[in-house]
Write a protein that binds this ligand. Structure first.
Ligand SMILES: NC(=O)C1=CN([C@@H]2O[C@H](COP(=O)(O)OP(=O)(O)OC[C@H]3O[C@@H](n4cnc5c(N)ncnc54)[C@H](O)[C@@H]3O)[C@@H](O)[C@H]2O)C=CC1
Ligand SMILES: [Mg+2]
Length: 374
């Protein structure tokens, strides 16, 4: 049961006294917890080990990867926007097309057969059927859409709309495709680099230096004062949207140091305790590994000093405001009275907010059940 488990671990990390602590004392109280089971990859189902080892082999063996590509599936992109199809139930899903079908569409549209080889390996289904992503930006967008009965949609919009488990594959595929598009030259020699068949690395054609896809570590934290949680709003966010505070790690920083610095910089608060929740790959603006945490501040020190160069606004939200916002189905439109709109379900920020909400609701239930409470 993820909720009670989260609850016990979370409360274990909250400091018993609401006293302000220096960094030394705080570090000694930091705790790291495992993410709740539903955040773990599905490794309990049979075949996980064999699939992971198969994927690893495909990254090392170009011939095996090419053969896997011929028998695999491809998610198409057009200038980094994924191809989506409409299901019979009217929902959207990423178009996973058989490689042979993609090959015939490309040939019909006048492309030579070599384009398919530019696919990058992203995942593997049961029975070791490999999945790839391919950008067909050099072809006419509408012709590909018609031939594949789908639409290319901006990835950010796609992630808001998709509910399928394939959304992270699109995020990973886009990040990998973008990395290849922007890493064509060796930064040491200026010579062309060439990729392996899986697309998991590139090597300089002159001196053999190997480059791997880059990710930036980003910390994201939901700060609580025990009663309320703190959310911030950047000017570029959609109307009404507030999210957990986030920031890129500086070179040399630990997760905890980055969290404390970001919160101090953006809202002028000092953290008391930090609890790790879960992480997520996030393709924007380039490719980030989001490290999601909960943190507390002393209820006696909650006065915000918002850095308006970074945030348009930041404020404390009550449990009632958050539970109402979690129920909203459609985003506020211009002209509506400003309602709080939360990040999409696929975002780690959403997970942090729902975890905090469950935690607060359990706390309220516990308090109401205590002897003497009315
Ligand atoms: N998945 C989720 O739930 C959420 C994800 N995010 C992501 O977190 C990221 C970081 O949040 P911000 O508040 O924007 O970060 P931030 O508070 O560190 O500010 C961004 C600034 O940091 C600088 N910077 C330092 N290192 C950088 C790097 N490696 N790449 C790009 N800029 C760098 C740039 O000047 C940039 O303008 C955002 O790009 C956003 O996409 C943010 C909120 C929710
Ligand atoms: Mg920030």
């Amino acid at each position: 049961m993820p909720v009670p488990r989260f609850k016990s671990l979370f409360t274990a990390s909250v400091l018993p006294n609401a006293q302000r602590l220096g960094c030394g004392a705080m570090w000694s109280r930091l705790r790291t917890i495992l993410p709740s089971p539903n955040c773990l990859p599905p490794r309990w189902c049979s075949g996980f080990v064999s699939r992971m080892r198969y994927m690893n082999r495909l990254k090392e063996d170009d011939t095996a990867c090419l053969s896997a590509l011929h028998n695999g599936q491809i998610f198409l992109f057009h200038h980094l926007s994924p191809l989506l199809q409409c299901t019979q139930r009217g929902t959207l899903r990423p178009a996973a097309l058989a490689t042979s079908d993609v090959q015939s569409v490309l040939e019909r549209l006048g492309s030579d057969g070599s384009l398919v080889k530019k696919s990058v390996l992203v995942s593997c289904l049961e029975q070791n059927q490999a999945q790839f992503c391919l950008d067909v930006g050099e072809l006419d967008q509408v012709s590909v859409e018609e031939a594949c009965e789908g639409k290319f949609l901006d990835l950010r919009k796609s992630l808001f709309l998709l509910t399928t488990a394939e959304a992270p594959i699109l995020a990973k595929g886009q990040a990998l495709l973008r990395w290849h598009q922007t890493s064509r030259f060796c930064s040491a020699t200026g010579q062309l680099t060439h990729r392996n068949q899986a697309g998991s690395q590139r090597a300089c054609s002159s001196n053999g230096i190997i480059y791997y896809p880059k990710m930036s570590p980003v910390v994201i934290v939901l700060v609580s004062d025990g009663r309320r949680c703190l959310l911030g709003r950047q000017p570029a966010f959609p109307l009404g949207m507030y999210s957990a505070l986030a920031g890129f790690c500086d070179m040399g920083e630990s997760l905890e140091e980055a969290l404390c610095r970001e919160v101090a910089e953006e809202v002028g608060l000092e953290l008391q305790s930090i609890t790790y929740s879960s992480s997520q790959h996030w393709p924007f603006p380039h490719s980030s590994l989001m490290l999601g945490c909960h943190a507390t501040v002393s209820p006696a020190h909650t006065q915000l000093q918002v850095d308006h160069a970074e945030l348009e606004n930041a404020r404390w939200f009550s449990l009632e405001e958050i539970t109402s916002a979690l129920k909203l189905q459609t985003p506020p439109q211009r002209g509506d009275s400003p309602a709080l709109w939360l990040p999409p379900k696929q975002a780690v920020a959403h997970r942090l907010i729902t975890e905090w909400t469950k935690q607060q609701l359990l706390k309220d239930t516990d308090q109401n059940q205590r002897p003497g409470s009315c």
